[in-house]
Design a protein around this ligand. Structure first.
Ligand code: LIP
Length: 272
């Protein structure tokens, strides 16, 4: 870590200020009317003019505040871990839950994380409709509205409310649907809310018990996974691997092993 790197708390302040302004822009643009600007991996993987404008706003703000840092964003790409001369990389999802945003469903968020020498040390997730804002710093806890967050204390997978999501590729969705069809008899219920960053934050405060998903990008989970971890959830992939595009599992310590083993048996990390 280079000596001039700000503290996690200082990085969180920057992330939060930038995320609040970005959320205001996203909300205003939604009120003015939103349209699909392009599609990405499939015809249902949409990007709106707001996704692009909000990320541009975030990138410009960070370039002004932290010109030597690097950035990785969903819409404009960016740097790999460790490429920042300053040691700091920002990981940005301008609007996580883009389809919800397109349809006017209030489950979408701005997500901004700060990574120092490859480790996420600060993160903020802000629901752009409700203003709910989750923050975390490494070792400093997870917070919302001044309250420190603790994850669910559930110990029985059969009583767990499970959040998950699906990719945009029809073949992957078919595989994911088979997995969830086999899982659902063994849990309380399933919720597919449509924004990984928010799903992780809901898990951080026990509003769902666990969350898993295959196919997430770093910007989907960088900030939310820190919030979840700081709230006591274990966030990882299969077989001791770190969480990543193959699979992300976020669960309280008592539920992680049974959920992990059932997802492994169902080949949740597999498929197209
Ligand atoms: C979304 C994720 C969500 C997933 C959606 C989509 P986006 O990200 O947050 O968990 O299920 O398919 O990938 O595309 O709205 O930024």
């Amino acid at each position: 870590m280079t000596s001039s790197v700000p503290t996690p708390q200082e990085l969180l302040k920057i992330a939060t200020d930038v995320a609040r302004d970005a959320a205001d822009t996203a909300y205003r643009m939604r009120a003015e009317g939103v349209f699909v600007a392009a599609t990405k991996t499939t015809v249902t993987d949409v990007v709106t003019a707001a996704d692009r404008a909000v990320e541009r706003q975030i990138l410009d703000a960070l370039a002004t505040l932290r010109p030597d840092d690097s950035v990785l964003g969903e819409e404009y790409g960016g740097s790999a871990a460790g490429e920042a001369g300053s040691g700091v990389r920002w990981i940005v999802d301008p609007i996580d839950g883009t389809v919800n945003y397109l349809y006017g469903l209030p489950h979408c968020a701005v997500s901004v994380a700060a990574e120092v020498d490859g480790e996420v040390v600060a993160g903020v997730v802000r629901n752009l409709y409700t203003g709910e804002e989750w923050t975390a710093t490494a070792g400093g806890g997870a917070w919302r509205a001044g309250e420190r967050l603790r994850c669910s204390g559930e110990t029985d997978l059969g009583q767990a409310l499970v959040a998950t999501g699906f990719g945009y590729d029809p073949r992957r969705r078919a595989h994911q649907a088979r997995v969830v069809a086999e899982l659902i008899p063994h849990v309380r219920d399933i919720r597919r809310l449509g924004a990984a960053a928010l799903d992780l934050c809901l898990a951080a405060e026990g509003r769902v018990d666990v969350y898993y998903e295959k196919g997430l990008a770093a910007w989907d989970h960088a900030a939310g996974a820190l919030v979840a971890t700081e709230a006591g959830l274990r966030v990882a992939g299969l077989g001791g691997l770190p969480a990543g595009p193959e699979l992300l599992i976020a669960a309280p310590p008592a539920l992680f092993p049974p959920l992990h083993d059932r997802l492994a048996a169902l080949d949740a990390a597999g498929g197209p």
